[in-house]
Design a binder for this molecule. Structure first.
Ligand SMILES: O=C(O)CCC(=O)C(=O)O
Length: 278
C-alpha cells in the first residue's frame, strides 16, 4: 500500500492565524504535537461525559467492548456536532488551512484496571490515505494524567517518514508496535483536564500504557484532514463531515443526523472504515 501513498510530514504553513501563535505552529512543525488546548467549558464537558456514559452503557448492554465506539458519527447528532466545536475547528483551521473535514472519530476508553496498552505506533501506517496530512485531536472526556495512562508522544518522531514496526506482543488495543523507539527522543505524557485537547500528526509516534489506576481515562479522537487528501481505498472516503471551505469530489460528505440514533449506531456492523481506523 505504501507505494501508492505519499508518507512524509507536511509542515503547516500557518497562514491567517486566528487562534494559534506563530510559535505554536513552529512547535507543531518541529515536535509533531501541540498540547494542551481549552476545548469544552465545564458544562459542555459534563454534558458530553454523561452522553458518553449513556452510549457506553448501551454498548456494554449489547455486548460491545470498551473500544467499540468507533466511527459512529453518521448516526449520532451530538457526536457529529462535537467534532464541529468552534474551539477545536479554529485550531485545526490554523494548522490545516481553510478547506478540511473530519473522516473518523473514536472513543479510546481505557477503563480502570485495563491491562491493554496502545503500543507505539504511527496512525498513517494504518490508513489508506495520501498524502499523510491528517491530524488527530485527542479530546479528554476524563482528566488524563500519568497515573491513569495519559497518551504519550515521541517528539520529532514525525520527521522520519514511515517507521518500521512489528506485531505487538501481549494485551494491546492495536496490532502494530514501532521498533527502535528507545533511540528516539524521550516520550512526553500529554496530561489533560477533562474538556481540554491535544493534537498530533499522523506520523507522530504515540501510544499509552495499561491503566493500572482505579480511574477511567477516556478520550475522543477526531481525525481531521485537508480536502486534498485522498482515500486510496474508496470505502474510507464515505463518511466525511465537512468542516470548512472547499469540498473535495474524492469524499462523500454526510448530512447532520436528525437525532441521536443510538439503536442504529450500535447495531450497524462496523464499516470497513471503523475496523481499520483503530
Ligand atoms: O488513547 C490512546 O491511548 C491512544 C490514542 C491513539 O492511538 C490515537 O489517537 O491514534
Amino acid at each position: 500500500m505504501s507505494d501508492k501513498r505519499i508518507l512524509k510530514f507536511f509542515p503547516s504553513a500557518g497562514q491567517n492565524l486566528q487562534r494559534l501563535s506563530v510559535e505554536q505552529v513552529a512547535a507543531f512543525n518541529e515536535n509533531g504535537y501541540l498540547s494542551p488546548f481549552a476545548g469544552l467549558n465545564a458544562e459542555e464537558t459534563q454534558k458530553h461525559a454523561e452522553y458518553f456514559n449513556g452510549l457506553m452503557a448501551e454498548n456494554k448492554a449489547r455486548g460491545g467492548d470498551a473500544y467499540a465506539l468507533n466511527c459512529k458519527h453518521p448516526y449520532l447528532r451530538d457526536l457529529y456536532d462535537m467534532v464541529l466545536h468552534p474551539n477545536i475547528t479554529s485550531v485545526i483551521r490554523d494548522l490545516l488551512g481553510n478547506d478540511f473535514h473530519v473522516w473518523a472519530c473514536h472513543y479510546f476508553n481505557k477503563e480502570a484496571g485495563d491491562i491493554k496498552k496502545v503500543a507505539w505506533h504511527q496512525d498513517a501506517s494504518y490508513w489508506p490515505l495520501s498524502p499523510s496530512k491528517t491530524v488527530t485531536v485527542w479530546l479528554a472526556i476524563d482528566d488524563s494524567d500519568v497515573e491513569n495512562s495519559a497518551m504519550q508522544v515521541i517528539p520529532k518522531s514525525h520527521l522520519h517518514g514511515l517507521l518500521k514496526w512489528k506485531e505487538v506482543e501481549g494485551p494491546a488495543v492495536l496490532n502494530q508496535e514501532l521498533v527502535g523507539t528507545e533511540d528516539m527522543h524521550k516520550p512526553v505524557s500529554l496530561c489533560l483536564k477533562a474538556g481540554q485537547f491535544s493534537i498530533h500528526s499522523d506520523l507522530t509516534a504515540h501510544g499509552s500504557l495499561p491503566n493500572r489506576s482505579n480511574r477511567r481515562r477516556c478520550g475522543l479522537t477526531i481525525r481531521y484532514c485537508p480536502s486534498d487528501v485522498q482515500a486510496i481505498n474508496k470505502t474510507w472516503g464515505q463518511q466525511a463531515i465537512h468542516c470548512s471551505g472547499k469540498k473535495s469530489p474524492n469524499w462523500n460528505y454526510i448530512e447532520r443526523p436528525a437525532f441521536n440514533d443510538i439503536e442504529t449506531a450500535l447495531s450497524v456492523a462496523d464499516p470497513a472504515l471503523a475496523a481499520a481506523a483503530r
